[in-house]
Design a protein around this ligand. Sequence first.
Ligand SMILES: *Cc1c(COP(=O)(O)O)cnc(C)c1O
Length: 462
Amino acid sequence: MRYVSTRGQAPHVGFIDAVLGGLAPDGGLYVPQTWPQISPAEIAGFATKSYAEVAARVIGAFAGDEIAEADLLEMCREAYGTFTHTAVVPLTQLEPGVFLAELFHGPSLAFKDVAMQILARLYDHILGREGRVQTILCATSGDTGGAAVEAFRGARNVKVVALFPEGRISEVQRRFMTTAAEANVACVAVKGSFDDCQAIVKQAFQDKALRQAVDLSGVNSINFARIAAQAVYYFTTAAALGAPGRQVSFAVPSGNFGDAFAGYVAHRMGLPIATILVATNANDILARTFETGRYARGKVHPTMSPAMDIQSASNFERLYFEGVEREATETARAFTAFADSGAIDVPPKAFAAMRALFRGAAVSEADTARTIVSTFNETGQLVDPHTAVALSALRRAPLEGPVIVMSTAHAAKFPETVAKASGVTPALPRGALDLASRPERFDRLPAEADTIKAYVRAFAEG
Ligand SMILES: *Cc1c(COP(=O)(O)O)cnc(C)c1O
């Protein structure tokens, strides 16, 4: 399987280079040259297979012959063995025709674990084979850092430095990062905002000498392996409800569009899907795009679903590329224009193609809070604010059933918000009960790029 850039000016690469490379050198995103196909009979068979087996099949379709089948299956077994539910992503029925796909049974209680757990094993495997050690540097406003630390702790060929804004993330989120005892993990509380952290990461990546010295790498959601890993649960949950004989719809709380785009990927691979509802909070760039055809950045509003407080959705470029029938020149033009002006119009034909599968809806803070209460009152289920956004969007824009709602975080990851809305404080699951008493370990640094770059270098070389 070869990978091409959405902007058409980068050499084609194999799976491993697409994974380790992150962004293509022309600024585009890698996508597979063709979409691998899974037959209806095989999809039906997924209903009785283990999650790890389906993951190995789906991810294997993208890895081709670059990762041995048996190795990949072993990595998937290890990755999904860290989840506390044997189904890995179980379905719970919420009301007639509406099901929650519980994506939060991994080590950091958020859906980012699903992709990060397998990504860490892929990295360690590939780098070990090449005799290479990479340093992953990430800035986090909450969930990504915890998922990355949980996934990469103890990896032999990867070191991780996670930067977070001191005092601006929740205690639960912080502790998922800072309580890892392994020596390959370093957490840094930066005296500044999340934007400061992100700007510093950007500067570190632009520093060629540093990048080469410590073999710097990133794990944000533009990485195609993350998308491939997320396509898996579209297959397993739909098959559990009778796919491909029965068509299902999905409602997806969205920010960077990685999760919802993975649904598109599953669809292109042969999974029948009626509609994917892209649900956003007040940061509604995606909701507006799927309703109006204009992709235009807005101001970032802080909300109670912070993992979706994003006003440009990197993975949208991949859908645009498909929408314009893989015209790389047009995609490059559009996203260069977007970077300059903050707004582009999706050509009518591409918009029609997108509307064949996608709908968008934005949800207010008041509706999110109300949905947490009403869901609890009607079902006894406490949902986290991100899941509540998708549920609320679904009430406004009902879909052809059955509908699977992506439940992207455990309610206990956002205890204050959930308690404020519902009057009930969600309990941490068994495996995380001692989180508050685990010893923490992190360094404090000023928001200065040079200081942090020196820290990364010393840590990577030490
Ligand atoms: C990251 C995240 C999302 C948004 O997913 P995207 O792939 O960025 O659209 C939604 N909910 C939670 C809890 C998340 O951590």
